[in-house]
Design a binder for this molecule. Structure first.
Ligand SMILES: O=S(=O)(CCO)c1ccc(-c2ccc(C3CCCC3)c([C@@H]3C[C@@H]3c3ccccn3)c2)cc1
Length: 240
């Protein structure tokens, strides 16, 4: 069962995301504030301060056509294309590949004046979920998750002056297929991908609350817009 040093922790986090993060906002009795809405994309936040640091949890739900859950998770997980859609990291390095779909990444984020530059050191794993909880009465064709969470690593060789931000992030995607009425073959137009993105970022050190909250308000909608458009573009059949 224990495939690498972080296997147990990864399994536990994935189980937690499948039970907690897949619940619609508010189902957990918590008060989520809808702070951005664009079509199917709805982004919620909660105010949370831990040890004086702004750790506002974020939860986004979205649904887009013409892509599968596996494609969404693949492009989110695959470091080969990371800089094609990530707009806020300055550099990143794959430190270790503990197993085929699991990497350990060190990345630096663009400095947010007036606070110090942040870096993240995290494990990123892409997993197909076998027995997914079905949300509502729709039955998913398949469910995939990418789980990113902070770990330690002796070879991080961090950029000096960076403050280590701590992250707990998950992208959970489900494919829904609506076969064509005329019984024809299933095409991309029959696909719908439901997305849940949860992000818990601890800035790791002091930063002005107003500055952090305005970054979150700006960056998360931008990230979800840009990333989903990127995947739809990468998977679009070539215009013949
Ligand atoms: O989804 S991922 O796994 C994709 C891989 O990169 C991921 C997303 C976001 C972060 C992240 C780490 C640090 C910070 C801060 C904290 C103080 C100064 C920088 C932020 C701030 C919230 C803003 C932000 C929000 C969304 C996207 C990028 N930036 C975000 C890390 C990983």
């Amino acid at each position: 069962k224990r495939r690498h040093k972080h296997s147990d922790e990864l399994e536990k986090k994935i189980q937690n995301h499948l039970t907690d993060s897949m619940k619609p906002p508010g189902a957990d009795g918590d008060i989520w504030e809808l702070f951005a809405e664009e079509g199917e994309m709805k982004i919620y936040r909660k105010e949370l301060v831990e040890d004086g640091l702004i750790c506002d949890p974020l939860k986004a739900v979205h649904s887009i056509g013409n892509v599968t859950a596996r494609e969404m998770c693949h492009y989110f997980w695959d470091t080969d294309v990371r800089m094609e859609w990530e707009g806020t990291i300055e550099s990143f390095r794959v430190i270790e590949v503990p197993e085929e779909f699991t990497t350990i990444i060190y990345q630096t984020h663009r400095r947010v004046w007036p606070s110090a530059q942040r870096d993240c050191l995290y494990l990123s794993s892409m997993v197909k979920v076998d027995n997914p909880p079905s949300v509502g009465d729709k039955i998913p064709h398949d469910t995939w998750i990418v789980c990113n969470f902070s770990v330690d690593h002796p070879e991080a060789n961090p950029v000096s002056g960076c403050v280590r931000a701590l992250i707990e992030i998950a992208l959970i995607c489900q494919t829904f297929i609506t076969p064509p009425k005329d019984g024809g073959p299933i095409t991309r137009d029959c696909l719908q991908c439901d997305i849940i993105y949860v992000a818990n970022v601890n800035p790791g050190g002091w930063a002005p609350a107003s500055v952090l909250r305005s970054i979150y308000k700006r960056e998360y909608p931008k990230f979800l817009r840009r990333f989903t458009a990127y995947v739809q573009d990468k998977t679009r059949k070539l215009d013949i």
